[in-house]
Design a protein around this ligand. Structure first.
Ligand SMILES: Cc1cc2nc3c(=O)[nH]c(=O)nc-3n(C[C@H](O)[C@H](O)[C@H](O)COP(=O)(O)OP(=O)(O)OC[C@H]3O[C@@H](n4cnc5c(N)ncnc54)[C@H](O)[C@@H]3O)c2cc1C
Length: 297
């Protein structure tokens, strides 16, 4: 798939399907990522993104697995890049490395503070916000397709949803081609967000980010970090499933299926799955979506 076609795919009527990996830290977890990549290939994801760790700690691993997903598994890969801990010159070098590896789309992020730090502090010669990274990539790699993050429930640091939206517009005006959202469990947040974006003059595709919950505790932890709410009805179902792992996963996948189905029926450009390097929930979800007529060949 070419650079042109990922942009084109986001703009055409057929819903897009993408998945997000994180770079593994050990051989055992690397094995899991590669197995997942192999198993999900049959669903022909339009792209796979791979995250970038705090403080540049995963710089080489992000690149290594981005290359492997692309070269060994044939995925169109979108590596993430954050401003955390990097000078402008280092960022330019990393962008050049991505370019040299044939990676022609990047998710441009400010990034979260490294573990143990409460606030984001820019590198003295670095960038403070994602819109600056978008401008930098656009300057040094203009043909690169750029994704940025959007927050249907507002970024936790933003003083208001209105200001957060203005900051999202800066990213789009700086050259972002599309927005992927933070995970959410209530579609109303997405629909309202899309409406507000349009009103604010943000007309790029907005790809909804979904996660099938596999553990209530993990979901609570993630959601607290990223400002996502868990609807009472979903939480009640997770509590009822208790310690039964299979029952929890069934609740999680059914919820994301209902979300995805409604999103696609109401015209979302596709779905982006936060898969946590696990294949099975994504397989169950995709099979359910195919059974109701989405993502069939
Ligand atoms: C799809 C997606 C993928 C992600 N992948 C990663 C990853 O790989 N690695 C990682 O570490 N984290 C990742 N994150 C988390 C992300 O890094 C955090 O949410 C981070 O706190 C903000 O990043 P951002 O790019 O949205 O920042 P920004 O867009 O820079 O926004 C950060 C805050 O500053 C405000 N702001 C933005 N621009 C300005 C400005 N010019 N002036 C004043 N205020 C401004 C915003 O309103 C917001 O409150 C991801 C998030 C999403 C939704």
């Amino acid at each position: 798939m070419t650079n042109h076609s990922i942009k084109h795919r986001l703009e055409c009527n057929k819903p897009l399907f993408s998945i997000e990996f994180f770079p593994p830290k050990s051989d055992a977890t690397a094995e899991q990522l590669l197995r997942t990549a192999e198993r999900l290939r049959v669903y022909s994801p339009d792209f796979a993104s791979i995250t970038y760790g705090a403080g540049g700690s995963t710089r080489s691993r992000t690149l290594k697995y981005a290359r492997s997903l692309s070269e060994d598994y044939g995925y169109t890969v979108m590596p993430h890049l954050t401003c955390v801990g990097h000078s402008r010159d280092e960022l330019k070098q990393i962008i050049a490395e991505f370019k040299a590896a044939g990676l022609s789309q990047i998710m441009a992020l400010r990034g979260d503070p490294p573990k143990g730090e409460a606030n984001f502090t820019p590198h003295p010669d670095g960038l403070s916000y994602a819109n600056e990274l978008v401008s930098l990539i656009d300057e040094v790699y203009p043909e690169c397709v750029l994704g940025v993050a959007g927050y249907p429930e507002k970024h936790p640091e933003a003083p208001s949803a209105e200001l957060d939206l203005l900051n999202l517009k800066r990213k789009v005006d700086s050259g972002a081609d599309f927005v992927t959202t933070q995970l959410f469990f209530d579609n109303e947040h997405y629909f309202k967000f899309v409406e507000n974006c349009q009103r604010a003059g943000i007309h790029t595709p907005i790809l909804p980010g979904l996660m099938s919950i596999t553990s209530r505790n993990q979901a609570i932890r993630f959601c607290a970090m990223c400002g996502t709410s868990i609807p009472a009805d979903l939480d009640a179902q997770l509590i009822a499933a208790g310690d039964d792992k299979a029952a929890v996963e069934a609740v999680g996948v059914e919820w994301s299926f209902q979300q995805a189905r409604e999103l696609l029926e109401k015209g979302a450009p596709g779905i982006h799955l936060y898969i946590m390097n696990r294949a099975q929930p994504a397989i169950v979800l995709m099979d359910k979506l195919q059974a109701v007529g989405f993502y069939t060949a």
